[in-house]
Design a protein around this ligand. Sequence first.
Ligand code: NAD
Ligand code: DAU
Length: 334
Amino acid sequence: MSKLLVTGGAGFIGSNFIHYWLAEHPDDEICNLDILTYAGNKTSLVDIKEDPRYTFIEGDIRNPDVVNDLIKDADTIIHFAAESHVDRSILGPEAFIETNIKGTYVLLEAAREHGVHLHHVSTDEVFGALELNSKEKFTESTPYDPSSPYSASKASSDHLVRAYHETFGLPISITNCSNNFGPYQHPEKFVSRMITNLIDGDNVKIYGDGKYVRDWLYVRDHCAAIDLILQQSKVGETYLVGGMTKDVNNLEVAKMLLDYMELGEDRIEFVTDRPGHDRRYAVDWSKLNKDLGWEPEHSFKDWLHETVDWYKANEAWWRPLKEEAESTYKKTGQ
Ligand code: NAD
Ligand code: DAU
């Protein structure tokens, strides 16, 4: 039996990970430390509220007393907690510096003191942008070149995690994954925003010319990748996790959704572009495939359809978040 300390487990990927883990590892226990920002949502975990294997602690990863107390009982930390939205980092970078850099530092210090393995969940955005229409993909050796306050803060946290491994011998692992989508994603993000806008009779909002490319990864595939790495990888490794085998731009994703939801292309609306908008991300996940045999379970299209169905069936989950999500876009004109 293992005891996991999950940070940010009330967020999108963290809550999917907790569901995934308890189903796949029924003898394990999970403590979820989450401060419940606008992105944290206890209703995502309401079904396991009474599960004796699960504990929720409302608290801040920047608080060393809280963190030290919880780490004492943990075998592994899975660190999801972060400010995660690029547009919000443009409106106000400070929270990103605080949580993503300082919070990670506090966790590293506590992990070092107690000799606990820390798995750091990071992003492909640390590598900056690739050229449109090129064949190039990010690999584990691509140099860091972040563009936004969000990605710069995640890059800093990655460097800190590696430095604690090199300098203090802390057992760590890192995943840099691409754009996740799936159930329980806050309706501020591209796919979840488009689906909920369309359900509400609103348009999909496309930044700039829409010819921006992301590498879409279904959240459950991401959870399975972290599981494999925790079970089988050597300590100190970094793995890239992505989903797509060919480029699909934002406009094409919007059209796939409209097609599945039987709506016309007149529902596409072009809006102000994001400053510093990275043109293209593409992830080469062959190291993870070669070392541990990981690959995405289904096609992007299948997962996208499943995600539309989930949002249609779970309006009670996203409805209370929708107004707050759109208030950010009132400030950016998007
Ligand atoms: P999210 O914004 O949905 O959730 C973040 C969670 O962290 C929330 O529950 C929030 O309350 C919690 N949190 C924030 N500050 C905290 C603090 N100081 N102390 C404790 N808890 C705090 O994020 P997500 O999309 O689930 O992303 C999870 C992780 O994965 C992040 O580190 C993000 O950078 C990384 N990531 C996300 C994606 C993606 O596509 N969503 C892709 C690559 C990497
Ligand atoms: O690549 C991994 C990253 O993916 C994660 O590290 C971040 O936490 C996560 O938020 C995500 O960042 P992006 O900025 O790529 O995701 P977002 O959903 O905000 O936007 C995806 C693309 O869609 C991007 O090109 C901007 C565009 N977009 C976004 C929104 C919300 C639109 O065109 N319209 C929209 O309404």
